[in-house]
Design a protein around this ligand. Structure first.
Ligand code: GLU
Length: 303
């Protein structure tokens, strides 16, 4: 298969489609990114890497960080996080609070904001510095020691993070936080503000395509845990558009409001796409179109 040729065709087609969607502006510093960027990178299970478009431009990974915080907590704690977070699709926006009260402080899944706050809280208890441990994992798995937090984005989100702060207080009121609200929020904003390229992210998430095996060849997650993270990505990784992603793309995906999406083809590869303009559900419009083409051209949908 001519993987480089496929990626170049996708970049060309995305350019022809024109721009759709809007850059996230509720975190003001994300609103400054050009909506016309588009990049794609594929990291194959054998270690080879292919990229096209703006695949080497760093962007804010935002909610994609939630895959790595969950994987870290599972690597330390095995299954105990599931006593504090469900693993069902929410059908509501990523920052919705309605369900959290109805479910008495147990978030629907670890990939909506409420669930991610609980995961970050647990990681903070386990490591003493949740954001630094996510950064450490991303540096070692991507092989890029320069991966770091964009402090301007983290501060911008903290200044405008009233919904996340409300959610953290609501979780605390139900006894579902182990650490002070301020500490959980600051770690969460920093992990979301990590900056990476498509290449970094495709390499860093490759363990999920390799049944949990890390870049160094040692097990980071067990095959069973890797299967479970992929399953939660498929059902909950793209907010209330998980059905649309399964229909159009057909592999586990996790998106972020920075416009990145990580997609895993178990046993084969990890793909990262980046296009900052988002659709109504908070997912990259160019990203879903590109992944739709990718699984069609490669015939690598799991369905
Ligand atoms: N930091 C963002 C927030 O909490 C992440 C949202 C996302 O990427 O979906 O609102």
């Amino acid at each position: 298969m001519d993987m480089q040729g496929i990626l170049e065709e996708i970049v060309e087609d995305i350019g022809l489609l024109g721009r759709h969607g809007e850059v996230a502006s509720y975190i003001p510093s994300l609103g400054e990114v050009s909506p016309d960027k588009f990049g794609i990178c594929v990291a194959m299970a054998d270690g080879s890497v292919f990229g096209a478009g703006d695949w080497l431009t760093p962007f804010s990974i935002q909610s994609i960080s939630k895959i790595f915080s969950l994987a870290l907590v599972m690597s330390y704690d095995y299954d105990s996080i599931w006593k504090r977070v469900f693993r069902e699709p929410s059908g509501t926006p990523f920052n919705s609070m309605i369900q959290l009260e109805a479910d008495l402080g147990i978030p629907r899944n670890p990939f909506i904001n409420a669930g991610a706050l609980v995961v970050t809280d647990r990681l903070l208890t386990l490591t003493g510095d949740a954001a630094a441990s996510v950064r450490g994992l991303l540096r070692s798995e991507s092989g890029n020691p320069e991966v770091d937090v964009d402090d301007v984005v983290a501060a911008s989100e903290a200044d405008h993070g009233h919904r996340n702060a409300s959610m953290a207080h609501l979780l605390a009121s139900y006894g579902n936080l182990e650490n002070p609200v301020e500490d959980v929020l600051s770690n969460y904003f920093k992990q979301c503000a990590l900056e990476m390229t498509c290449e970094d992210l495709a390499k860093a998430s490759l363990f999920l395509a390799r049944h949990g095996v890390s870049s160094g060849g040692t097990p980071f997650l067990s095959p069973n845990q890797s299967k479970r993270v992929n399953a939660v990505m498929l059902t909950c990784g793209t907010y209330d558009a998980a059905g649309e992603f399964a229909y159009r793309v057909g592999v586990p995906c996790k998106g972020g409001v920075g416009g990145g999406i990580v997609a895993i083809v178990p046993g084969r590869c990890s793909v990262t796409v980046w296009g900052p303009a988002l659709g109504p559900n908070g997912n990259s419009m160019a990203g879903i179109a590109a992944l739709d083409q990718f699984t069609a051209k490669t015939e690598w949908s799991i369905f």
